[in-house]
Design a protein around this ligand. Structure first.
Ligand code: ACO
Ligand code: KIV
Length: 511
């Protein structure tokens, strides 16, 4: 028995139907890299190509047949001897070869593509299956445009090809025409009216012209199909095919359907593989694409963010880790609320007891109305611009005067506001930053070790705003400080004080 009735087979056609996307052609080595990842993802069948179509595609099927040993390697043909001979030759080295042959089944195809009759097309279908069966045991038959075919004629065709030796019968909704209800009913009709249907696996192959490919595939399963044909990222001819990641996560999420333990997919590989296919095929994944889109696990509105921060499942039906994404994202925008802002400030090391959240939130909103998204650097700049306004009892620089150059020892005079009083100190150093830090330390009455000190220009260019990040060690604990200014010495002083404000005893916080 080739097929287990207790399995749902995942048939991946990224390298065949997926590759029919304009501009997405892959080289043989690229196909092998993707096929290896499909193998470790756990797909059951890889459709490797259409060998008669070009010498390159023929060679890809040959090389994939040698390289990939676990999944079945499938090659597509039309219902004619030449195509089948080419597929047989290309699959010569395959451990588990399958030939996928077929012909149009709708009156539209029979009349206009083939200028033929139902009877003659049925005969050609049977002949092709019988011919292929002489060479390969596992024969899948596709009844192209089955979505628009008359169900009674389709049932006759399917019954005849199973009798001729087809092990899998594919019922493609080639043009993405069906509704889930009608497609499901079509599969049910075949299940109930084709005498020998249990001798073959019914396969669903749905296109996304009306955005229904995934829904139709699931409807097919619920009505008796045992194999789903799909592609990574849903790529494929025109609007694409059923997306592999969508069907797999539907089956895993809706365990009540009873299919989750009938598939064998390592879902943690979905996201990395989606990225690989997108890059290699130069097909960007739309941001809102289910499962693998950039925004699939990103929350940007305050009510949702608050919910997710309190309990992830309020707005997430899947765990991002299950599909290979580290964690969901809380994106700060003008639609974010205080909970999300607080979450990011804490993540960046700010202690909320010292921050006037309402006041910071108002300043945040002003900035967020100007920018679509507030990134860490924007937030750090917002906090660093005016430490006193966002920190209740902080230490703040009132003025900074520096002299330096190659003829003089660098010297800094700093005026600090501390416990509401102004203090002044002058110090020297081996550079203007160290002179400034020494002056600050002489006012604070303590020295702290600076472990990391990085200066970045935010947008590039010498007249840009500099961002300094600094790791300051105090009492064996490390505190990150961030500072911003067009003046790198002032940005450094701000970064040092940002770290100090995170631990300094005057603010009564351990950090
Ligand atoms: C539904 C699907 O997605 S099927 C996969 C579609 N993928 C592709 O078409 C990519 C690969 N195709 C190719 O490389 C080429 O089209 C080839 C090599 C297959 C054929 O090229 P050509 O011989 O130049 O024919 P062309 O593509 O112009 O026309 C298709 C011919 O195949 C016939 N044909 C189409 N489907 C089938 C079929 N399933 N079985 C038998 N004949 C078919 C058409 O009727 C037409 O025949 P005609 O010349 O007698 O009118
Ligand atoms: C070859 C068949 C399965 C196909 O791609 C389709 O009908 O869409």
């Amino acid at each position: 028995m080739l097929h287990d009735p207790n399995r749902i087979y995942i048939f991946d056609t990224t390298l065949r139907d997926g590759e029919q996307v304009p501009g997405s052609q892959l080289t043989t080595p690229e196909k092998i890299i993707i096929a290896e990842q499909l193998q470790s993802l756990g797909v059951d069948i890889i459709e490797a190509g259409f060998p008669i179509s070009s010498p390159g595609d023929f060679q890809s099927v040959v090389e994939l047949s040698k390289a990939i040993r676990e999944p079945i390697i499938c090659a597509l043909t039309r219902a004619n001897k030449g195509d089948i001979d080419s597929a047989v030759a290309a699959l010569k080295h395959a451990a588990r070869p399958r030939i996928h042959t077929g012909i149009g089944s709708s009156d539209m195809h029979i009349q206009y593509k083939f200028n033929s009759t139902r009877e003659k097309i049925l005969e050609r279908a049977v002949e092709a299956v019988k011919y292929a069966k002489q060479f390969v045991e596992d024969i899948e038959f596709y009844a192209e445009d089955a979505g628009r075919a008359d169900n009674v004629y389709l049932a006759q065709m399917i019954e005849a090809v199973i009798a001729a030796g087809a092990t899998v019968v594919n019922i493609p909704d080639t043009n993405g025409y069906c509704l889930p209800e009608t497609y499901g009913a079509k599969i049910r009709f075949l299940k109930e009216n084709v005498k020998n249907i249990d001798q073959a696996v019914i396969s669903v192959h749905c296109h996304n012209d009306l955005g229904l490919a995934t829904a139709n595939s699931i409807a097919g399963l619920q009505n008796g199909a045992g194999q789903i044909e799909c592609t990574i990222n849903g790529i494929g001819e025109r609007a694409g095919n059923t997306s592999l990641e969508e069907v797999v996560m539907i089956l895993n999420t809706h365990k009540g359907l009873g299919y989750h333990d009938k598939i064998n997919i390592n879902t943690k590989k979905l996201y990395p593989l989606s990225g690989m296919v997108s890059r290699m095929m130069r097909m960007p994944v739309q941001a809102n694409k289910a499962i693998v889109g950039r925004n699939a696990f990103a929350h940007s509105s305050g009510i949702h963010q608050d919910g997710v921060l309190k309990h992830r499942e309020t707005y997430e039906i899947m765990n991002p880790e299950d599909v290979g994404i580290d964690q969901s994202e809380i994106i700060l925008t003008a639609r974010s609320g205080r909970h999300a802002l607080k979450h990011h400030l804490e993540r960046l090391g700010y202690s909320m007891e010292r921050i006037d959240l309402d006041q910071t939130y108002q300043r945040f909103l002003t900035l967020a109305d100007e920018k679509k998204e507030i990134k860490d650097d924007d937030l750090l700049q917002l906090m660093g611009e005016d430490i006193e306004s966002s920190i209740k009892n902080g230490v703040k620089i009132n003025s900074l005067q520096v002299t330096c150059g190659d003829q003089t020892q660098p010297q800094a005079t700093v005026k600090l506001s501390l416990k509401g009083e102004e203090h002044e100190a002058t110090a020297v150093g081996n550079g203007p930053v160290s002179a400034t830090i020494h002056a600050i330390e002489s006012i604070l009455g303590q020295t702290n070790e600076i472990k990391e000190f990085n200066i970045h220009s935010i947008h590039g260019g010498s007249d840009d705003i500099s961002k300094v990040d600094m790791r300051v060690i105090h009492d064996d604990k490390s505190y990150m400080g961030y500072g911003f200014s067009t003046d790198i010495v002032r940005a450094s002083a701000n970064a040092y004080l940002d770290a100090v404000n995170k631990f300094y005893e005057l603010v009564n916080q351990p950090g």
